[in-house]
Design a protein around this ligand. Structure first.
Ligand SMILES: CC(C)(COP(=O)(O)OP(=O)(O)OC[C@H]1O[C@@H](n2cnc3c(N)ncnc32)[C@H](O)[C@@H]1OP(=O)(O)O)[C@@H](O)C(=O)NCCC(=O)NCCS
Length: 164
């Protein structure tokens, strides 16, 4: 069952917590082919998402779910990795954050979308228990669509969790 957010917690637009993070791929981040390691990228995606969820909730957050992550094309050593994170939806204590990843070639300036990920975080109080978070108030047409799509993903996630 989907718990709606508590309106008494107030409303915040996605723009209030969005994040853009830039990293440069160094040799230590890459495999023998000079491509960014998937594990390193997942680490950055998790951090970008957690910053968004912490900003939205004003609490420490933990990751409870990462939806499937596709690697559309490699990002090379020397290229930039741009991570854009935005909250899509919040429940009572949980939040879904979308993180889009772009590879940028510094020489040509060309930027391409390489990954899209959806992560779920839970806000914790000082005792480490789930604590209520503000509602998300979508503003743009894209944000309204992301909000509706997030509810569908959430239902599927909870079904998976309960083994249905
Ligand atoms: C986060 C944690 C404290 C929640 O405890 P819990 O007993 O599952 O608490 P609840 O069942 O009340 O769930 C809390 C919220 O998380 C959601 N949730 C929990 N597991 C989920 C999952 N796999 N997918 C999606 N949502 C999930 C619940 O639906 C609920 O959301 P809501 O309040 O918006 O309705 C506990 O699951 C935990 O400690 N997990 C490990 C987190 C971790 O170590 N992450 C990696 C390092 S950051």
């Amino acid at each position: 069952m989907i718990n709606a957010c508590d309106p008494n917690m107030g409303f915040k637009p996605p723009s209030a917590s969005k994040v853009e993070m830039t990293e440069m791929v160094l040799p230590n981040d890459a495999n023998g082919l000079g491509n960014l390691l998937g594990g390193r990228l997942m680490h950055w995606i998790d951090i970008a998402g957690a910053i968004v969820a912490s900003r939205h909730s004003g609490h420490t957050v933990v990751t409870v779910a990462v939806d499937s992550l596709d690697f559309k094309e490699p990002i090379k050593v020397g290229e930039l990795v741009i991570l854009r994170g935005k909250i899509t939806w919040s429940g009572r204590t949980s939040m879904e954050v979308a993180v889009d990843v772009y590879g940028e070639n510094l020489t040509t300036g060309q930027r391409r979308l390489t990954n899209e990920a959806y992560l779920t975080f839970v806000a914790l109080d000082d005792d480490g228990h789930p604590t209520p978070v503000p509602c998300v108030s979508p503003e743009t047409p894209d944000e309204h669509k992301a909000f509706q799509d997030a509810i569908i993903r959430r239902e599927q996630r909870l079904k998976r969790r309960s083994g249905e």
